[in-house]
Design a protein around this ligand. Structure first.
Ligand code: ZN
Length: 218
């Protein structure tokens, strides 16, 4: 016959191992956390007496109450920012050079525009000689334009995407006209960047207006 009173049982007891600050992925900023451990206890009259198996550890953000695996404490937002920056630089370099190669020939004016763009977005400046070597590499490797661009696309906002398309247009227009192969490559970039057709058309229109001021410093 079952007893009318529950006198034995188990209960999860949580304890805090450590408290400090961390970068909460949900709050997207530096905030306070508690590193907690849950352990099952054997209870007698609801009083935890004997520690049983561990139920695991987790990290709880005291701001949003989100819980994460302990590894989240190793996450370094600066390191990931740097990683993104270098991916972004690779994407810019690669796509601008491919843009320059799209119409089958390279002229000096194009080289200067590409150099200017790469150095505007990059950490370390590239000389024209270094650019020449890089252009050689890119033309030999024949990697599609999506290679690096697709990796950064999800992290870019509308402005960031627009910036890349505008730079590509500046490269395409450097030799005086934008031909079909260049237009096709820009359309391909817009697809990789998940940009709508109307957005792309808007950029073309605004570039036509700015044409004489922005990138034509001879
Ligand atoms: Zn949080």
């Amino acid at each position: 016959m079952p007893s009318p009173f529950i006198i034995f049982g188990t209960r999860a007891v949580k304890s805090t191992i450590k408290e400090s600050s961390f970068h909460c992925l949900q709050c997207e900023r530096e905030t306070h956390f508690r590193h907690r451990k849950a352990r099952k206890f054997f209870t007698f009259y609801f009083i935890p007496l004997i520690p049983l198996n561990s139920l695991g550890e987790y990290v709880e953000c005291t701001t949003c109450k989100g819980t994460f695996v302990p590894r989240v404490l190793e996450y370094d937002p600066n390191a990931s920012q740097n990683a993104f920056q270098s991916e972004y630089e690779k994407a810019i370099r690669h796509s601008m050079v491919l843009m320059m190669l799209a119409d089958g020939h390279i002229d000096e004016e194009e080289m200067l525009v590409v150099q200017k763009i790469i150095n505007k977005f990059g950490h370390s400046d590239m000389t024209l000689d270094e650019l020449e070597v890089f252009v050689e590499q890119v033309s030999l490797q024949k990697e599609p334009i999506s290679t690096y661009l697709a990796r950064v696309a999800p992290a870019l906002n509308a402005h960031g995407k627009e910036m890349i398309i505008k730079c590509a247009l500046a490269v395409a227009a450097a030799d005086g006209h934008i031909d079909e192969s260049e237009q096709a490559m820009i359309a391909e970039m817009a697809v990789i960047l998940e940009m709508s057709n109307s957005h792309l058309k808007g950029i073309y229109a605004s570039m036509a207006e700015e044409k004489d001021t922005s990138f034509s410093e001879n």
